[in-house]
Ligand binder design. Structure first.
Ligand SMILES: Cc1ncc(COP(=O)(O)O)c(C=O)c1O
Length: 445
C-alpha cells in the first residue's frame, strides 16, 4: 500500500517497515499516522490535531518539542556527533549522569547509561549476578519476576517479565526464573482510587518461592513498582513494603523497573520516592531526556557499585558490559536540558498537584459504557473495559481507534485503556480527554 505524504509531496510505501508491537496487516489497511508534535499535541499528516493522552509512550513528560531540549540536541549534533564510551569519555556524559544522580533516590548515585528500557532491564539483571559473584555468592542466579510484569523485549527482560504471549512463543528462554502472581484483583479492588486496599498478602508468594528455591540460589526480584504496560496495575497498600522486607531479610537484590514511573509520573522523582522504598538497582529510560533521543539508565546503590567496581583487580574492566551508544552525546545533551527543564518548571510537583483533579475526572467514567474498572495513581490512569464475548482485546483496539479519530491518543493493552499525559497537561485538556473517551465508548459495541 502507498500513501501520499503531504509534508514532502512524495508517495510513501507502507510495505517495508515491519512495525513493532503492531498488528501490521490491520494497521496498514487503515494507518494512523503522526507527522508533527508540539506541547500537548500531535498532528496527523493531513493536519488533524490529536491531544496526547499518553506522553507519546509514557515518555514525553515535559510535552513535545520543548525548545531548550531541541536546541541542546541541535547544538550537540553540530559540535560532536559521537564519541566512543569505552576507554575514553566526554564531559557531557558525566554531566548527564550527575544530573540524573541529583534526582535519584538517596544512595543511588551510580548511573550506567544504556539506550532503552529493555537494555536497562538486561543490564540490571547482569549487574545483580555480577554483584553476587563479586561478593562470593555465585550460586545466586535465579531471578524472580511477576506475572504481567513487563521489562522490555531483550532476553533477560523477556524471561523475567510475566507476559503470557512471550512464554508461549519463546519458552526456551525461560530458564532460571520464577514468578510471583500479579496483584490484579478486580473482584476486591475495582474502582479503587490510588493504591487499592486489598492484596498486600500477594507479596507472601515471594516467601514461598524463597523457601522453595532457597535464598542462596536467588539473585534478585525485579518488579515495576507500578505496572504500566500490562494495563496500569497499581500495587496494593503494604505490598511493596512486604516485598522489600523479604528481599532485605534474605540478601536478595530488589530491582525496581522505573522505565515508566521515573521522572515525575507519580508526582515524585521516582516511584521509589513516592512509595518510600529504596531498591538496590533501578532502571529508567523514556522521560529521562523527554524521549528526544533514545537513552536509558541503570542506577545502582553504593553497595552494588562498590562490590563490583572495588572488588575487581586494579586495571581490570570491572563490569564486562556496555553499548557502543552508551552515553551518546546527543542523548546526554537532551538529558541535561530535560532535567533542567523539569526542575525549572517544577514538573514533578505539578504532577502531584494535578493528581487529585486527574483522579476525579477519570473516575467520572465509572458509569461510562463498557467500563468495569477505573484506576489511577499520580498522572496515570487505567480504564478496564468488559471484554467482548469471544473477542478479547477487540473492544480495547476499537476504543483506541475511535479516540484517535475523535482527536485523542490513548493507549490500549488488551481491553485496558492506559493514559499517561505529559505532566504539562492543563485541566481543560484532562476534561477533553475524559469526554473523548466517554463519547468514543458510546459508539463502540
Ligand atoms: C517497565 C518497562 N520496562 C521496560 C520497558 C522497555 O523499554 P523500551 O521499549 O525502551 O525498550 C518498558 C516499555 O514500555 C516498560 O514499560
Amino acid at each position: 500500500m502507498k500513501l501520499d505524504n503531504p509534508l514532502t509531496g512524495t508517495m510513501v510505501s507502507l510495505d517495508e517497515w515491519w512495525m513493532p508491537f503492531t498488528a501490521n496487516r490491520q494497521f496498514k489497511a487503515a494507518p494512523r499516522l503522526l507527522a508533527k508534535a508540539d506541547g500537548m499535541h500531535y498532528w496527523t499528516p493531513d493536519g488533524r490535531q490529536i491531544l496526547d493522552g499518553t506522553a507519546g509512550l509514557w515518555c514525553v513528560n515535559a510535552g513535545h518539542n520543548r525548545k531548550p531540549i531541541v536546541e541542546a540536541v541541535q547544538k550537540q549534533a553540530a559540535t560532536m556527533d559521537f564519541a566512543p564510551p569505552f576507554q575514553v569519555g566526554h564531559p557531557l556524559a558525566f554531566e548527564a549522569a550527575t544530573a540524573v544522580a541529583n534526582v535519584a533516590p538517596a544512595g543511588m548515585r551510580h548511573v550506567f547509561f544504556v539506550n532503552s528500557g529493555s537494555e536497562a532491564a538486561d543490564t540490571a539483571l547482569k549487574m545483580a549476578l555480577a554483584y553476587h559473584r563479586a561478593r562470593g555468592e555465585p550460586s545466586r542466579r535465579i531471578i524472580i519476576g511477576r506475572e504481567r510484569g513487563y521489562h522490555g523485549v531483550n532476553i533477560g527482560g523477556t524471561m523475567a517479565g510475566g507476559i503470557p504471549g512471550n512464554r508461549k512463543v519463546w519458552p526456551a528462554m525461560m530458564a532460571g526464573v520464577d514468578h510471583i502472581r500479579s496483584t490484579h484483583d478486580l473482584a476486591r479492588n475495582a474502582f479503587s482510587r490510588g493504591q487499592p486496599a486489598h492484596g498486600a498478602e500477594f507479596a507472601d508468594e515471594l516467601d514461598r518461592l524463597i523457601a522453595f528455591h532457597d535464598a542462596s540460589n536467588i539473585a534478585a526480584v525485579i518488579v515495576e513498582p507500578m505496572g504500566g504496560s500490562a494495563g496500569v496495575l497499581i500495587p496494593p497498600q503494604g505490598y511493596l513494603e512486604k516485598l522489600a522486607a523479604s528481599c532485605r531479610k534474605h540478601g536478595i537484590l530488589l530491582i525496581f523497573d522505573e522505565v515508566i514511573t521515573g521522572f515525575g509520573r507519580l508526582g515524585a522523582p521516582f516511584a521509589a520516592d513516592y512509595f518510600g522504598i529504596t531498591p538496590d538497582i533501578l532502571t529508567c529510560a523514556k522521560a529521562i531526556n523527554n524521549a528526544a533521543v533514545p537513552l536509558g539508565a541503570v542506577l545502582a546503590s553504593d553497595a552494588v557499585h562498590d562490590a563490583i567496581v572495588n572488588g575487581a583487580p586494579e586495571g581490570a574492566i570491572e563490569f564486562l558490559h556496555g553499548y557502543t551508544y552508551s552515553g551518546h552525546p546527543l542523548a546526554c545533551a537532551a538529558v541535561v536540558a530535560t532535567q533542567k527543564l523539569y526542575a525549572q518548571e517544577k514538573l514533578f510537583d505539578r504532577a502531584r498537584d494535578l493528581a487529585p483533579f486527574w483522579e476525579q475526572a477519570l473516575h467520572s467514567l465509572k458509569d461510562a459504557r463498557h467500563v468495569i474498572d477505573v484506576r489511577n495513581l499520580g498522572l496515570v490512569g487505567g480504564i478496564e473495559l468488559e471484554p467482548r464475548a469471544g473477542a478479547p482485546a477487540r473492544r480495547g483496539l476499537e476504543a483506541h481507534v475511535r479516540c484517535f479519530e475523535s482527536g485523542a491518543l490513548v493507549r490500549f493493552t488488551g481491553d485496558i485503556l492506559a493514559m499517561s499525559p505529559p505532566l504539562v497537561i492543563e485541566k481543560p485538556q484532562i476534561e477533553q480527554l475524559v469526554e473523548t473517551i466517554r463519547e468514543s465508548l458510546k459508539k463502540i459495541d
